[in-house]
Design a protein around this ligand. Structure first.
Ligand code: DGL
Length: 270
């Protein structure tokens, strides 16, 4: 592989929400330089067609390759469901490519065999059936019940956490009968770590809430180590690009990343 250990990690998402994944990567791998791309011009991906998400994802992968990334992490669940195979094929041997679904499926195999597990995500993620195919392919007796929960992304982006509105929406999704008897619930969307505590409270701590951002960061670390690509040099500044800029995107970065960062505009198509 042409990439070197000192090259950056590319992380992309439909918008700002993927910063939850970037944050977990940065916490676990503080020496790695991150180049983040949020496709704010085309969000939300959760309601887009597979073909549209594939076109955007390949274009973004190209931007990240041009930035010399050694690894491209598709932080968006919707893009991981719709475009992982295509991006991997496009990138070929130029960089490692990973998604946010496979590490969670591996985690389920290890910690939840023979159990009933719930999954929530966008319409794209759930209707793609990708989690279900991968979990069924494990053949370890996991019953996966999935529900599209499209109101959660706008709710979180508009700052509705821990209030009556968010309680009512979360209750109405999680009280669906398909989720009766689950031992774990996968948060299959970049935004959901922000309401992890509220979801945990709904189950009164009796259901394991699986936050994919931490699991994904661990798998990126393992992958870099396996390929001898961990950066051991001096930390270089992270870079955060967006395909469209508004003050509101800038404002929400703090919500998802935990600290203020500066977004640079990089239009995908000029
Ligand atoms: N990033 C998306 C995901 O994880 C959520 C936001 C969107 O629909 O674009 O599926």
């Amino acid at each position: 592989m042409a990439s070197k250990a000192s090259a950056p990690i590319g992380i992309f998402d439909s918008g700002i929400g993927g910063l939850t994944v970037a944050k977990a990567v940065r916490q676990l791998l503080p020496k790695e330089q991150i180049i983040y791309f949020g496709d704010t011009a085309h969000l939300p991906y959760g309601d887009k067609s597979t073909a549209a998400i594939q076109a955007y994802s390949v274009k973004i992968a190209d931007v990240l390759l041009k930035s010399g990334c050694k690894l491209i992490l598709i932080a968006c669940n919707s893009a991981s469901a719709a475009a992982f195979d295509l991006v991997k094929e496009y990138v070929a041997s130029k960089a490692l490519v990973c998604n946010v679904i496979d590490p969670v499926v591996d985690y389920l195999r290890e910690f939840h065999p023979d159990q009933k597990v719930g999954l929530i995500g966008t319409k794209q993620t759930i209707h793609s059936g990708v989690y279900l195919q991968k979990v069924n392919a494990l053949d370890v007796g996991i019953t996966l019940e999935s529900l599209a929960t499209p109101l959660l992304v706008p709710m979180i982006e508009e700052g509705f956490h821990k209030n009556e509105v968010s309680h009512a929406i979360i209750d109405s999704y999680l009280s669906q009968s398909i989720f009766e008897g689950i031992s774990a619930l996968v948060l299959g969307c970049t935004h959901y770590p922000l309401i992890k505590n509220q979801i945990s409270a709904y189950y009164q701590g009796e259901v394991k809430i699986i936050d994919s951002s931490e699991i994904v960061a661990k798998s990126v670390k393992a992958l870099l180590e396996y390929h001898n690509l961990s950066d051991k040099g001096v930390k270089r500044d992270d870079q955060f690009m967006v395909s469209d800029f508004t003050p509101s995107f800038q404002h929400t970065t703090k919500l998802f990343f935990g600290e203020a960062i500066t977004l640079e505009k990089y239009p995908l198509w000029e």
